[in-house]
Design a protein around this ligand. Sequence first.
Ligand SMILES: [Zn+2]
Length: 267
Amino acid sequence: MRRLAPYQSGLWLAEYGDVRCQLCRIYRSTPQSRLPQNHSSASPPNDHSFFTKLRQRFDDRFHSGLLCIRCHHSIAWLPKSFDVDIAVGKTLSIQAATYYDYPIRQAIRAFKHHEDMTKLPLLLHVLRQLPRPHGCHYDNSVIVEMPTTEQRLVKRGFDPVSILAAQLSKHWHIPLWHGVERIDNTVSQQGLTRAERLGNLDNAFALIETPPVKRLLLFDDVATTGASLQALGRTLYDQSSSLAGVNSQNSNPYQLSAYALAHGSEL
Ligand SMILES: [Zn+2]
């Protein structure tokens, strides 16, 4: 039997047993006409054409999972992706599912720092806004979550990134791969400048096995400057090619891209 992702039964309960929106707690089946006027849907109320109804039904089905349509539209803003350098002439693009702003920021903090699992359904809804990378599937890609150290795990008691990564793996149908180890015991990245963050992350990761596929999808919970994903990307790019016996950067066969739940400042 396949192992369930962490907290999976609680998430199923939230999705199928709870009919209220995970954000506003209003019944998520609230008809559009009963939503506050300034938040009514884009289609005019008198438009009863076949296609409008069909679209509405599709929207309702698609977004009926965990949030009401009104809340869904208030958070579903896919930020523009941004690039960081990982080698000479090689960049890593980072795509987040939403911005690190209210109410997601509060939910992430409660989840990460206070182990508040009631926020997980909301975060899962946000995570599902990440489109599966083009051309990536079960056989040609793996998700590489931002690794943590045992020391951090013991201190925190749980690993929030791995819980989210397991859900992303389910959503994309792409397996997780745990071939990178975090070897640093450095201080938290929070509150550091970009240069300090990068210095702090030098030699923070090590590859413990050759990646099984060529497409590596890196994942972290929050990307601020992207420094952690950049450091992880550099390590993967450099060390995977040496492990695979590729000695020229030009013939490096690995394709890396990075994803995060939220993008923004941690201040
Ligand atoms: Zn709502």
